[in-house]
Design a protein. Structure first.
Length: 302
């Protein structure tokens, strides 16, 4: 099967390479011409524009986009909508908001263009390990494109499913990322507690390795934690500063809208916010209030 791949960041480039390795023809395009040239190294056929990609694909065409969520995705889809015909398909594998995907699907559907939102997990390891694909869209359109999903998934029958109509793929990926927040936070807190028990002088890398085999808390994230701790047991090279890319916020907002409590995910998101603050006002006000009502000592800044 042949596919246009738009967006050759590390994940998009790895996905294109995995497809080529599986025998698919992939026409690649990115605004970064170096990335397009690099794709030739694994068998991708570089294009010079979105129009060039479209013109080189057989009808019905399929284009997979891997660009940042928001306006960048909107712009690419709008341009493709002017270039494609009824029966063609656009697959969005980025971390778009599911509401945007539903709106885009309705707009493209009026032109007869299939829109498929693909929640994609696997990160930089997907090239070798495969990707988890949570696919939303029309069943017939998805069935036509299944060779692509099977090539990207870890193994036949594993890591890929149609989860519902348009929007369902990105909604599922949003919740997936919220769960990921909670798991990461739990591991981080657990290892911090172990490190704080200085009497036992715990070997954190060894404990991570022990938990990775046979334990009920074993996971790929724990394997990654073990790797990180092996390289830098006290993580002295890093700052305690954690960004979020939006999906956790959307997950928490959905929990409010649906009145479904998700305290662990919510607190893990709040912990990321806290990690970015230096001398937060709330902490300073707490210190001031203790001093005011009880005369408790405070530490002066500067």
């Amino acid at each position: 099967m042949e596919l246009g791949m738009v967006g050759l960041g590390r994940m998009g480039g790895n996905m294109a390479q995995r497809l080529v390795n599986a025998g698919h023809r992939v026409i690649t395009y990115d605004r970064d011409t170096d990335a397009v040239m690099a794709s030739a190294g694994f068998g991708g056929e570089g294009a010079t524009s979105l129009g060039d990609v479209v013109s080189r694909l057989a009808i019905p065409r399929a284009l997979w986009i891997m660009v940042p969520a928001g306006q960048a995705t909107e712009d690419v889809i709008d341009e493709l909508a002017q270039l494609l015909s009824s029966g063609d398909a656009i697959l969005d594998g980025g971390n778009a908001n599911y509401k945007d995907s539903m709106r885009r699907g309705e707009k493209l559907g009026a032109q007869g263009i299939d829109f498929i939102d693909v929640g994609t997990s696997g990160g930089i390891w997907g090239l070798t390990e495969g990707y988890s694909l949570m696919v939303g869209g029309d069943e017939t359109a998805i069935r036509r494109l299944e060779p692509i999903f099977h090539a990207l998934a870890p193994a036949p029958g594993k890591g890929y499913s149609r989860v519902g109509p348009i929007g369902a793929g990105h909604f599922t990926k949003m919740v997936h990322n919220g769960v990921e927040y909670g798991l990461m936070q739990a591991y981080a807190e657990g290892f911090e507690l172990l490190a704080a028990k200085e009497d036992f002088n715990f070997d954190l890398p060894a404990i991570a390795q022990t938990w990775s085999h046979g334990s009920v808390v074993r996971s790929w994230l724990l394997d990654l934690a073990a790797d990180v701790l092996n390289e830098d047991p006290e993580l002295e090279s890093l700052e305690s500063y954690v960004e979020d890319s939006g999906e956790g916020r959307w997950t928490v907002q959905e929990s409010v809208d649906l009145a479904v409590p998700i305290p662990v995910i919510t607190m893990s998101l709040q912990a990321r916010f806290r990690s970015r603050q230096k001398q937060p006002l709330s902490g300073r006000l707490l210190a001031a209030l203790r001093n005011q009502f009880g005369g408790h000592a405070v530490r002066k800044s500067g």
